[in-house]
Design a protein around this ligand. Sequence first.
Ligand SMILES: [Zn+2]
Ligand SMILES: [Zn+2]
Length: 206
Amino acid sequence: MPDEKQPEKEEELPEFVIEGARSGRSRCKTCRRKIALGGLRIGVLIEGPFGTGYLWHHLKCLAKNRVGFVERAYELEAWNFAKEKPKGLPKIETLRGLGDKVEKQKAERQEMPYAELAPSGRSKCKQCGESIAEGSVRIIVGREVVFGQQVRSTPVKVHPGCIAAELERDDTTVTIDELEIGLRAHSKTMAPEAVDALCTECSAQS
Ligand SMILES: [Zn+2]
Ligand SMILES: [Zn+2]
């Protein structure tokens, strides 16, 4: 029988795929470096404004940042969705250990984008210039700022309703696709349900 390829239905795509990278061209969404050919990577299924697809991370990078995703992928045995089963998969215990190690560093250096409840009413939204009310959600995203020869990312605070305008800027360091992943990964002081609601609000603007 001819091996006919049926177009896959979107809902049938697995939530995660763990594989050896089939090219050297994909870029890790966590560290932004290229993923070497054959390097262990994990794809996280994303339903974005441009359709459904995978965002790739080094397996270890995602384990450091969002070990819950990696645990879930291991539960689902996401390597079974690879074209070829990857070799040298680390044990989940090893990957958990990576996360524990960076937990302390993360407490000191908060990664962007993230959301939090404004601890006071003193901050102003960089987009509309209005104050951000105490206890309301604010999103912190990076803007590129040039210091001499260096480009650094400096944090700016915006209202959730102003995030689409912020991400239109040329100097933003976050794309609309990365926003949701970032918010989920980094908004550690907010309840997951609140982050869900925020992501829905943000994607409704695009
Ligand atoms: Zn990486
Ligand atoms: Zn605003």
